[in-house]
Design a protein around this ligand. Sequence first.
Ligand SMILES: Cc1cc2nc3c(=O)[nH]c(=O)nc-3n(C[C@H](O)[C@H](O)[C@H](O)COP(=O)(O)OP(=O)(O)OC[C@H]3O[C@@H](n4cnc5c(N)ncnc54)[C@H](O)[C@@H]3O)c2cc1C
Length: 458
Amino acid sequence: MRYQDLSYWLSSLDGPLTPRPGLPGDTDADVVIVGAGYTGLWTAYYLAAADPALRIVVLEKEIAGYGASGRNGGWCSALFPTSLSALARRHGRDRALAMHWAMRETVGEVGRVVDAEGIDCDWRAGGTVVLARSEVQLGRARAAVAEAREHGLADADLVLLDAAEAAARCQAEGVRGGTYTPHCAAVHPAKLVRGLATAVERRGVRVFERTPVTALRPGVAVTPAGVVRAPVVVRATEGFTPALPGQRRAVAPVYSLMVATAPLPEATWAEIGLAERETFSDYRHVIIYGQRTADGRLAFGGRGAPYHYGSRVRPDFDREPRVFAALRRVLGELFPVLGPEVPVTHTWGGPLGVARDWAASVGLDRSTGLAWAGGYVGDGVGTSNLAGRTLADLIRGEQTDLTTLPWVNHRSPRWEPEPLRWLAVNAGLKVMFSADEAESRTGRPSRRAAAFSHLLGH
Ligand SMILES: Cc1cc2nc3c(=O)[nH]c(=O)nc-3n(C[C@H](O)[C@H](O)[C@H](O)COP(=O)(O)OP(=O)(O)OC[C@H]3O[C@@H](n4cnc5c(N)ncnc54)[C@H](O)[C@@H]3O)c2cc1C
């Protein structure tokens, strides 16, 4: 496997993706981190920044950015997998809002570090426009704004757009309105994760690549090349977690897939819009997401690939021709200017982590020294930064505003054993697909999809 083939983003980096040296043998450290995606690297970054004397080791089974961090849609957003209302029901309004403000600030914090560390990742804080292309979708746009107002959030957080305002940002076919939030930046995800790996090394963190961890225990991470002993062991393996011993039911790996067009001419962009490189989506049930890349492509993705029995993660699951074809079709429906003559040059995908209660979490078990973060579903680009800062505070024993946020030390229940897990996850995907089909046929909102979303705590 060539790492370049894992995503358009990894293929577009300057220079070869030569792996760093692996772990040379048994090693002692203060903190050992498993996984060199955003979660592992942000954790290392903030720990090293706070205490340069800490001996920090990162162990990565492939290369930094091999996982979702090198393959995602590049929305560095304030989105969190659990809605504000669901958080308020579980934790009270004040704590729910604290989580919201922390996520909002996170987008700015990532921008600040990118700047300070000179990470050239095509950062553009153009916000997000979510389109409504039917009366039913418009209903959901209004409901999203009403929910924001209920929690005291103003137009500056989320504003309802009429048809003309939405089209002025993103001229998709049949736009009737939508919403806009400024709290998102478009990034080149692989440049961000690779730049972060270099930034942590500059601060003295040792990153070992091609070093798979075969077992995690209190005080030790075991690899074929030797063990790393450290009082704190951080699991930052997200969608790959089920492959670790004892973790099969911790998160379900669900696949998200993407396509990218060739660079589009200015005349095409004049018809599509996205002049501020706003990230975009719409109010259908099965999530779609897109960004105008800095080199003028449209990178576009969505869910819909099946969950694989036994929570298996395999490279061939990244490629699902049926889903790539569906994504290409949706692109053409949204933007008729992207007719069949416009080539899709890249297709790829990767696993994300979904906890049984759909709740992302971050934590440290003080009695064992085992720490973790993840379960971000499709919102990990921003959230992993908050996780890294929070883990750094927890590991250093600091009590801060971050360590009291409601997701800290939350324990999600384990997924059901198979075959129930397979049935549940794939049934959920099916409900969402058929809801979108039924809604466009009948023009009425799907009750089954609403009930299902409620079940998931959305
Ligand atoms: C196609 C796609 C599109 C997405 N779009 C967005 C988006 O636009 N915005 C957003 O916010 N989120 C998005 N996400 C989700 C986001 O990318 C992830 O939530 C985020 O990258 C998770 O970072 P992470 O570091 O926790 O996990 P990962 O980036 O998956 O990193 C985990 C790392 O651990 C390593 N590893 C695993 N097991 C071991 C082991 N045993 N030993 C050593 N190393 C190991 C892996 O090789 C990998 O490098 C998307 C995800 C995908 C797949």
